[in-house]
Design a protein around this ligand. Structure first.
Ligand code: KIV
Ligand code: ZN
Length: 510
């Protein structure tokens, strides 16, 4: 019988540690809801001791999606962190405390400056304390792949005796290679099963050498029962193990691994696009499973072969990862019913009639401009509508604009609204976007530096939607902003304003 592999998604914790990928509460909730639809087993929702905002987001996720999916959050091996984890996740049906503490010499000596025994005791005390709060506690032996094996095992043995119910073995710096990591997991698994066969063995790999997926699959082959992954492989530095790659690896090569997951693979593409859209981090075109070209065949020989039989060049079909449902085409005449059906098919809730009506009006405006509205467009329309900040009175909104491009003096005039007040100004620049951004910066009065500006076409058709992603720096911190519109100048203005509004919200909260 195939072994079931538990899938923990850490996009909202390890994935969100990517510079500039900061998500607001609404965006985190949106992703958590989609992860629930994807049917992952555990969502790691954040690191609640790191900030009040992170605490609230974890709490909200536990409250709103923690009815059927297990929720965890990370804390260091100290009481205050464990309390923050417990308080933020306790409303979930099946909460799990996650504690991390290093086991490699470099972590023990450089990070803690304590003896190995003292560090191990910290871990034991932390687990004992966590078990007074909840029955499920995961312990991560940070930097396990660079740890001395006997110390690593002594730590695992001690924390299991203290009550840890899951042991997570991280390749924190992406140093491991598949054969060696598989062997490490086999050795730990043999001893762990003798010690307590109820304890779940988990792995968490980073991709610094591009081997996170291979290391994770090798660990599974050698007994790992749980994997930690992120959507699109987001995460620190080169990222974490990509969830979609491991899940499809197990599915396509099921007879080899004799393992399965409960992930609904037809939701993979949608989840990938949502995460990419909300974080502003593009998926590389040739990325396995979810890249734009993952199922595109361009050479004549391949196309000829495919026409004869798909299996000639395809090991899985685009439908397996949810590609086929992206093809719906709506027009302004499609009506409320068809639009509602399209929105619900994507898993979005339409029960709030007033909210749905607003959404429908936005759809009509888009359909007038674009004529043909693809599933893809509907998806971005809904996510954009749902991610508008609540506290609108604090935020800058674009009221109107005029941008004149010329080889002499490109000029932009912009009118912004903040609460009940309107402000207007004009600037010239080196080009139309420079003029536009100069006037917006002068109107909001914040000294922000534009670090990156990217524009993509999001959908097909003559009137495709343009998405603009920007990164700005303010007082040493990076913020991102994104917006989409059929008018790329308007999308550019709104992307900058969204980045500026993220700064404003942080200033308001401080
Ligand atoms: O990479 C790592 O070691 C981690 C742990 C918290 C699991 O992210
Ligand atoms: Zn990590």
């Amino acid at each position: 019988m195939n072994r079931k592999i538990i899938v923990l998604d850490t996009t909202l914790r390890d994935g969100e540690q990517v510079p500039g990928a900061k998500l607001n509460m609404q965006q985190k909730l949106e992703i958590a809801q989609q992860l629930k639809r994807l049917n992952v087993d555990i969502i790691e929702a954040g690191f609640p001791a790191s900030s009040a905002g992170d605490f609230q987001a974890v709490q909200e996720i536990a409250r709103s999606v923690g009815d059927s999916v297990s929720i965890t959050a990370l804390g260091r091996a100290v009481k205050s962190d464990i309390d923050a984890v417990y308080e933020s996740i306790k409303l979930a049906q099946n909460p799990l405390i996650h504690i991390v503490l290093g086991t490699s010499n470099i972590h023990v000596e450089k990070k803690f400056n304590r003896s190995k025994d003292a560090v191990m005791q910290m871990g034991v005390d932390a687990v004992k304390y966590a078990r007074t709060l909840l029955p499920h506690v995961q312990y991560s032996t940070e930097d396990a792949s660079r740890s001395e094996f006997e110390y690593l095992w002594s730590t695992i043995e001690a924390v299991v005796k203290a009550g840890a119910t899951m042991i997570n073995v991280p390749d924190t710096v992406g140093f491991a290679v598949p054969e060696e990591f598989g062997e490490l997991i086999r050795k730990i698994n043999d001893r762990l099963k003798n010690l307590n066969d109820k304890v779940v063995l988990s792995v968490h790999c980073h991709n610094d050498l591009g081997m996170a997926t291979a290391n994770t699959l090798s660990a599974i082959k050698n007994g790992a029962e749980k994997v930690e992954c992120t959507i699109n492989g987001l995460g620190e530095r080169a990222g974490n193990t990509s969830l979609e790659e491991v899940v499809m690896g197990l599915k396509v090569r099921e007879p080899f691994y004799q393992c399965r997951t409960d992930v609904k693979t037809t939701e993979l593409l949608r989840t990938s696009r949502l995460v990419s859209h909300l974080t502003g981090l593009d998926v590389q075109v040739n990325k396995a499973i979810t890249g734009e070209n993952a199922f595109a065949h361009s050479s004549g020989i391949h196309q000829d072969g495919l026409l004869k039989d798909k299996q000639v060049y395809e090991i899985m079909s685009p439908e397996d990862v949810g590609a086929e449902s992206m093809e719906l085409i709506l027009t302004a005449r499609s009506g409320r019913h068809a639009f509602k059906n399209a929105v619900e098919k994507m898993g979005f809730d339409t029960s709030d009639a007033a909210d749905f009506e607003q959404l429908f009006q936005k759809f009509l405006t888009l359909a007038d401009a674009k004529k043909e509205v693809y599933d893809h467009d509907v998806f971005y329309l809904v996510t954009n509508h749902r991610t508008i900040e609540q506290s609108e009175s604090q935020l800058y909104m674009l009221e109107s604009f005029q941008v004149i491009s010329s080889d002499q003096t490109p000029t932009a005039t912009v009118k912004l609204k903040k609460g009940g007040e309107s402000i207007v100004g004009s600037c010239v620049g080196d080009g139309p976007i420079d003029a536009l951004y100069s006037v917006i910066k002068s109107l909001v009065g914040l000294d922000v530096q534009l670090k990156d500006y990217k524009i993509n076409s999001l959908s097909r058709g003559k009137e495709a939607i343009g998405r603009v992603n920007i990164r700005i720096e303010y007082e040493g911190k990076t913020y991102s902003g994104r917006a989409m519109d059929t008018d790329i100048i308007k999308a550019s203005a709104n992307a900058l304003l969204n980045g500026i509004n993220a700064i404003v919200l942080e200033l308001v909260k401080a």
